[in-house]
Design a protein around this ligand. Structure first.
Ligand code: IPE
Ligand code: IPE
Ligand code: MG
Length: 230
């Protein structure tokens, strides 16, 4: 049983990188790259579920991305708000839980209310789409530990930490795909990625598509996962 689940791709995660370069190459403002990237995000995340991957996580905005020009940050959050509104209709009939991971405390209440509402109405469904927004792996672990401290814990187990992560209850990612040619994790799923297969592609996120998902999935099934064993 355990062996089967270790070999099955149950959770795929994407570092959606390369939007800015995609736009610059076309002489467009970076915001245009985020707009194109948002469309690809919709196609790719739903395609993964359609081909039988029950959990998909996407990295939309990191705790470090606030360093970008305000104009770009504003454009990303505008796209995000549009997506949330669209998602209410879009996911009415999909068997998909929408879950936001990351620190929501800096967001306006009008936004967190809508996020919570979407999570609430999609709760309990079969598949999961985690959207990482103002997400940092280190920040997530820090918040988890602070929750344990608040409960009065003085000694903790790995299971205690896992139970307080934003992804609590979900299996760890089996594969992390990063587009956009950089080969790094950039503070994504720091705890959860311990045994994830890493897949890097030069394709910029707005150029990524269903065939690229197929290629990554094929590569996953060629890998030999040992988890420290033989
Ligand atoms: C990823 O694309 C999207 C976000 C980080 C929000 P980038 O905006 O990082 O694109 P590049 O890496 O500059 O091309
Ligand atoms: C990682 O991409 C964050 C997201 C895709 C949301 P970045 O473009 O921010 O990462 P670095 O700066 O190249 O490491
Ligand atoms: Mg980038």
């Amino acid at each position: 049983m355990a062996e089967k689940s270790e070999k099955t791709l149950r959770h795929i995660a994407f570092i959606m990188d390369g939007n800015g370069r995609w736009a610059t190459k076309r002489g467009l403002p970076r915001e245009a790259g985020h707009k194109a990237g948002a469309e690809v995000f919709k196609t790719v995340s739903e395609y993964c579920v359609d081909i039988g991957i029950p959990i998909v996580t996407v990295y939309a905005f990191s705790t470090e991305n606030w360093k970008r020009p305000k104009r770009e940050v504003d454009a990303i959050f505008r796209l995000f708000s549009q997506y949330i509104e669209e998602a209410f209709a879009r996911f009415l009939e999909k068997d998909l839980v929408i879950r936001f991971i990351g620190d929501r405390t800096p967001f306006p209440k009008s936004m967190t209310d809508r996020m919570e509402e979407l999570e609430r109405i999609t709760a309990g469904r079969k598949n999961t789409l985690n959207i990482a927004i103002n997400y940092g792996g280190r920040d997530e672990i820090k918040r988890a530990v602070n929750k344990l401290i608040a409960e009065g814990k003085t000694e903790i187990t790995e299971a205690d930490i896992e139970a307080k992560l934003d992804t609590a209850g979900e299996p760890m990612p089996d594969m992390i795909v990063r587009t956009g040619a950089e080969q790094r994790i950039s503070n994504f799923l720091t705890w959860q990625s311990a045994y994830a297969e890493l897949y890097f592609t030069d394709t910029l996120w707005p150029d990524f598509g269903k065939e690229d998902v197929d290629k990554a999935v094929e590569e996953f099934y060629r890998r030999n996962r040992r988890f420290g064993g033989v």
